[in-house]
Design a protein around this ligand. Structure first.
Ligand code: CFM
Ligand code: HCA
Length: 525
């Protein structure tokens, strides 16, 4: 770490040092996170608009989203995230479209509301959507267009739902602010409006699952196989009608905590529906999650069905997983992604014998690294008076994590009972956590640590590969997926085995490894 930091001037050194931790599980592992990136540093982070429009709202298939602003923001958030959606009878699907007001200089000077209204008129003429969402980009906030007034006008004029999101890119320090804005509006204007009939007593919402590469479909298939009813998924392959009915579920399952914790907590406060942190990435992680959910409902038949489905799904993948593990065991990985996958994917890598030596989030908050302080308590089973599960939660009203006795004992033994939820408890001593890893640090850490694979995104993938390190995108899964649950684990294992064993790496001869970098002069005609 010092070798990387030493190359900075003293101010940057001081700042960046606080974002780096060498894991020592006997200590607190405090890390600076969710704070502003120093201007001039090439960060991988995105903006508030990306978090709101791109991440949370983007996957809702029948929401007609208008990006209000100059064309760039709409264009660069068009179709890159691979949140998939199926055609559904009677439900519009706008996912392949990209709508924008394409503001010009005159709109910036004289105001863009007229153009926004015109865009809505055009949308109504051509597509007749029942929901329009308006998302602001930076200039809209700067010139003060009142998108909320325009939304009200559209609702009256066309008798549709129109929701405005003031998610100007500059708000906050990353995508994270945009998640919050999207979550608030969905709770305020969408959830609670439906009156769908719920057929089972095991009705769940899947929150923080955006169906990247089909992950949500795989999770839903598994849950339905066991006997759960999935009321809504926020927001992968979702329709407005699904989201409107979220308050009808018995339990919310939270896959990506970072982007959706606000909705989980607000649904709990407003409708009394508890939520539980889950993880469907990794074989062991999925098994533990399925058992935890069954424990929550505390129904013997559901429990038996869970065990049976786990056994069957395992049976189907065991041979493949063993083969890939034999190819991957002992390899090392570095992971740098948004706000949850840098943790979740460590479970899947563990299943394959791959050690994670460096991990970091673009915009995770401190609790995603350090975990939350928890107060353990035993939840007695009301019916049988048996102690069925042990609940660990920092705030009994808000945070529900159901753990087995085995888990509790392990946590006790490892002196980790005081913290729950962050990635640090799942990392080994001597590995590194680096927050908001920038381009310079990426190259330096890759040179020093030489992981066999670097999981990241589009902005740094090719820099890594040109330097001879395999890189797979953990945002979009390149062109692959699903990676969730049991079958997804095999897809993932296959993809990284192919990547590591491709003969291409023997042909990568970076010039700087054999000769000094060319020097020359610029100019002179
Ligand atoms: Fe949650 Fe996500 Fe992630 Fe995220 Fe994202 Fe994404 Fe991500 Mo890219 S919601 S925090 S804002 S799991 S878009 S589907 S891959 S950075 S780790
Ligand atoms: C975003 C979206 C992103 C970007 C991925 C990447 C995604 O942050 O705005 O940088 O490769 O998953 O599509 O995180």
């Amino acid at each position: 770490m010092e070798k990387v930091l030493d190359q900075y001037n003293s101010r940057v050194y001081k700042n960046r040092k606080e974002h780096m931790v060498t894991v020592n599980r006997n200590e607190k592992n405090e890390i600076a996170a969710n704070v502003r990136t120093i201007p001039g540093i090439i960060t991988q982070r995105g903006c508030c608009y990306a978090g709101c429009k791109g991440v949370v709202l983007g996957p809702i298939k029948d929401a007609f989203i208008i990006t209000h602003g100059p064309i760039g923001c709409a264009f660069y958030s068009w179709g890159t995230r691979r949140h998939k959606a199926k055609k559904e009878d009677g439900v519009d699907n706008y996912l392949h479209y990209c709508f924008s007001t394409d503001m010009q200089e005159a709109d910036i000077v004289f105001g863009g509301e007229k153009k926004l209204k015109k865009a809505i008129e055009e949308a109504m003429d051509l597509f007749h959507p029942s929901t329009i969402m308006i998302c602001s980009t930076c200039p809209v906030g700067l010139i003060g267009d009142d998108i909320h007034a325009v939304a009200k006008w559209a609702e009256q004029e066309y008798k549709i739902k129109c929701i405005a999101f003031s998610c100007e890119g500059y708000k906050g320090v990353s995508q994270s602010a945009g998640h919050h804005i999207a979550n608030n509006q969905l709770v305020r204007y969408v959830i609670g409006e439906g009156d769908r009939e719920i057929k089972t007593k095991f009705a769940v919402n899947i929150l923080g699952e955006y169906n990247i590469g089909g992950d949500g479909w795989e999770t839903e298939r598994l849950l339905k196989r066991i006997g759960y009813e999935v009321v809504s998924t926020f927001t992968g392959d979702s329709s407005m009608d699904d989201l409107k009915n979220a308050h009808k579920a018995n339990l919310s399952l939270v896959q990506c905590h970072r982007s959706i914790n606000y909705i989980a907590e607000l649904i709990e406060t407003k409708y009394g529906i508890p939520w539980m942190k889950v993880n469907f990435i990794g074989v062991e992680g999925t098994i533990e999650t399925l058992k935890n959910i069954a424990r929550y409902f505390n129904d013997p038949e559901l429990m038996a069905r869970t065990e049976a489905v786990i056994a069957d799904e395992l049976d189907l993948i065991e041979e493949d997983m063993a083969y890939y593990k034999s190819k991957l065991k002992g390899k090392t990985a570095a992971i740098y992604v948004g706000g949850s996958r840098a943790h979740h994917y460590q479970f899947l890598l563990d299943d394959l014998g791959v050690h994670t030596i460096l991990a970091g989030y673009e915009f995770g908050h401190r609790e995603e690294y350090e975990g939350r302080e928890v107060i353990p308590f035993v939840k007695p089973d009301a019916d049988s008076k048996n102690i069925e599960s042990i609940t660990v939660q920092p705030d009994p009203e808000k945070y529900h994590v159901y753990l087995s006795e085995e888990d509790i004992n392990r946590l006790k033994e490892e002196k980790l009972l005081d913290y729950y939820g962050g990635m640090v408890k799942d990392m080994n001593d001597g590995t590194y956590m680096v927050d908001d890893l920038n381009h310079f640090e990426t190259e330096e850490f890759l040179k020093l640590l030489k992981p066999d694979i670097f999981f990241s995104g589009i902005k740094d993938k090719f820099v890594a590969q040109k330097g001879g390190t395999l890189s797979r995108q953990l945002h979009s899964y390149d062109y692959s997926g699903p990676y969730s649950c049991f079958r997804g684990a095999v897809n993932f294992a296959r993809d990284i085995t192919m990547g590591i064993y491709t003969p291409a790496w023997s042909y990568v001869k970076t010039p700087w490894k054999s000769a000094p970098i060319l020097e020359g002069t610029i100019g002179g005609g």
